[in-house]
Design a protein around this ligand. Structure first.
Ligand SMILES: [Zn+2]
Length: 149
């Protein structure tokens, strides 16, 4: 299934009311470069103030599901108590980066993306890659906590 079909299916699944702008490939890569606040490599982004999602590669269905879940969190922020604010500062402290990775919003988005991949794609390599990406984030968190960095 091509990525735009996935985006329509996910929009339906999440019952998203607002229309999203979805940038994929080069335009997505450019958008992320313009908006990111740290040097961490990033596969996708969601900016709530203009309801835009950017994905660097059309194969990244898990990332699409993850970013669309953020749009859902934003539409339902009162119900779940999620906070959205524009990052005005560059994140320099990597402890802050790790705290972000393990936040409730991120865990929710990762879980949704993983469930979506398992149910809607039979691409086990993508599923494994996505799991590995999540574990990598949580592993970093453990290292920070254990070493009290
Ligand atoms: Zn996220």
């Amino acid at each position: 299934m091509e990525i735009l079909k996935h985006s329509r299916r996910i929009k339906e699944l999440l019952d998203l009311k607002e229309d999203l702008v979805i940038l994929i490939g080069d335009s997505g890569r450019q958008y992320i470069e313009q908006h990111k606040k740290d040097n961490k490599p990033q596969n996708g982004a969601y900016t709530y103030w203009n309801n835009t999602i950017a994905i660097i590669d059309e194969k990244l269905v898990g990332t699409l599901a993850h970013e669309m879940r953020h749009a859902y969190q934003y539409e339902n922020k009162e119900r779940y108590g999620y906070k959205f604010s524009r990052k005005t500062q560059v994140i320099v402290n990597w402890r802050e980066v790790v705290k972000y990775i393990a936040s409730a919003k991120e865990r929710d988005a990762n879980l949704f993306a993983l469930k979506y991949l398992i149910k809607n794609t039979k691409n086990y390599l993508h599923i494994l890659k996505y799991i590995f990406k999540c574990l990598d984030g949580y592993f970093s968190l453990c290292v920070v906590k254990c070493l009290k960095l």
